[in-house]
Design a protein around this ligand. Structure first.
Ligand code: GBH
Length: 468
């Protein structure tokens, strides 16, 4: 595996890649500059009651203007990879027509990264759909998948010469289920069947974009998708609990993994959700082949486990469209922001299981991190031992997964900067770097310095040898 444990130290494989991640709407700001059109998040954030304190990404971290400083910070941390996303409404303000000034920004950003010795990893869609496409049905409309492939081709034509790593979608589960079922995210829809339809169209958009990109890609390019998978935990191992796990794992994990990596939707999940209507009217002939296009890498975003127990199978459960017979249990132990539970072992189990069940695709942890109520000390520093502890514990969990045989190629911390945390606005801080939103000052937190030393060592101290 290349992972080694020596006295006091967990050493990662020599080609292991370290990095950080952000997303366009969460950091860029400059929402009306250089021809950018409105996205569904601009519209959603403007609706009363949708986002904490009425916050929006209109200014965010002003990364659009401050990217040279942010790249310099990354260089200081010593990172190998920066995962960022492109704002579709900068590139195609109306979802169709090219705005070259939008691509000019990413061109400058990529050159700045390459100049600093950092590999750019580009995500084409991290939730900011052009509002014009929402007005024709958004992801519930099959045509949006074709629009996405067209947009993907235009971004590749401009940046394909300098970027190796291309990710189509970030967390289609969130776009589909939070955006169309719970309504907690833009566009704020609450329609179970619409949510499953959106999930298929997102996957179809991935497949169509994959076929467009592959036509121009060479050997050195890598194509990926990023999923937020459930690390499901139960307290007992009887049949009822195994059934609850099957349902959650089915609707959150296999519903995305199987069409991507095995060529078809899982039949047990289709049976679970058949009460929402006929799936064959959503999936067209040829879709399955497109969606199953070969992947070079699967990105996994992991924060917290999903604790469940069985419930009356007639009772509809919240959170996911068509889910029944499952109860969500309260989180345990010391909780991070959002009251998320810390369970690093669940990350080990998830990575090992993926490499066992889907052995052909290499993995990367493309997001992992924690929110805490950080503040600036009197001496101007930001001290965040809880985030440092979370970081080290999860890196140990990744190391354990590699030792157990999982093919994990890298780890990207969420996030480089404190930023616009979707429905929570600016109330949750995930950064390795603190952002003072009044002055836009950046301060590297204790966790950021700790991450820099992990990267320099290509190793994490064992829990026993460390005071954290
Ligand atoms: C990531 O998604 C995002 O990619 C990133 O943009 C974001 O900043 C980061 O997380 C931190 O939040 O109560 O139904 O919401 C995380 C995906 C999905 C994790 C929902 C927590 C809780 C269940 N999230 N989940 S719900």
């Amino acid at each position: 595996s290349g992972a080694v444990t020596t006295a006091g130290s967990l050493i990662f494989p020599s080609d292991f890649r370290w990095g950080t991640a952000t997303a366009s709407y969460q950091v860029e700001g400059a929402a009306t500059e250089d021809g950018r059109g409105p996205s569904i998040w601009d519209v959603f954030a403007a609706e009363p009651g949708r986002v904490h304190a009425g916050d929006s990404g209109a200014r965010a971290c002003d990364h659009y203007h401050r990217y040279p400083q942010d790249v310099a910070l990354m260089r200081e941390l010593g990172i190998d990879v920066y995962r960022f996303s492109v704002a579709w409404p900068r590139v195609q303000p109306d979802g169709r027509t090219l705005e070259p000034r939008g691509l000019d920004f990413y061109d400058r950003l990529v050159d700045e990264l390459l100049g600093a010795g950092i590999d750019p990893m580009l995500t084409l869609y991290h939730w900011d759909l052009p509002q014009a496409l929402q007005e024709t049905g958004g992801w519930e409309n099959r045509d949006t998948a074709y629009r996405f492939a067209d947009y993907a081709g235009q971004v590749f034509a401009r940046l394909g010469d300098r970027i190796q790593d291309w990710t189509t979608l970030n967390e289609p589960w969130c776009s589909a289920y939070l955006g169309h079922f719970t309504g907690l995210h833009a566009p704020g829809r609450t329609d179970a069947r619409g949510a499953l339809t959106a999930a298929h169209h997102l996957l179809l958009g991935h497949g169509l974009a994959a076929s467009t990109l592959r036509a121009s890609m060479s050997e050195r390019h890598r194509l990926s998708i990023v999923l937020n998978l459930a690390a499901v935990r139960v307290d007992e191992d009887d049949e009822a609990h195994r059934e609850a796990v099957r349902r959650v794992d089915g609707l959150q994990n296999r519903f995305f993994l199987d069409p991507l990596l095995r060529g078809s939707y899982p039949s047990d999940v289709l049976a679970d959700v058949s009460w929402l209507g006929d799936w064959d009217t959503v999936v067209q002939p040829g879709d399955a082949e497109l969606i199953a296009a070969p992947l070079d890498l699967l990105g996994i975003n992991y924060y917290s486990p999903s604790r469940v127990a069985p419930a009356d199978p007639a009772v509809v459960s919240g959170g996911m469209p068509g889910l029944r017979g499952v109860r969500h249990l309260p989180p345990r132990g010391a909780l991070t922001g959002f009251d998320w539970e810390q369970e690093p072992a669940a990350l080990t189990d998830l990575l090992v299981r993926l490499s066992r069940d889907y052995p052909e695709v290499p993995l990367m942890v493309t997001e992992n991190g924690s929110a805490w109520p950080d503040r600036i000390e009197a001496d101007g520093s930001v001290v965040d031992p809880d985030r440092e502890h979370y970081l080290l514990e999860h890196l140990r969990a990744v190391h354990a997964a590699i030792e157990a045989g999982a093919d994990v190629r890298g780890y990207l911390a969420w996030s480089l900067l404190d930023n616009f945390e979707w429905a929570a606005g600016y109330s949750q801080r995930f950064g390795l770097v603190y952002v003072d939103y009044q002055t836009q000052q950046r301060i590297v937190k204790g966790s950021g310095r700790r991450y820099a030393s992990v990267i320099a060592d290509n190793a994490v101290p064992t829990a026993a040898s460390s005071m954290d």
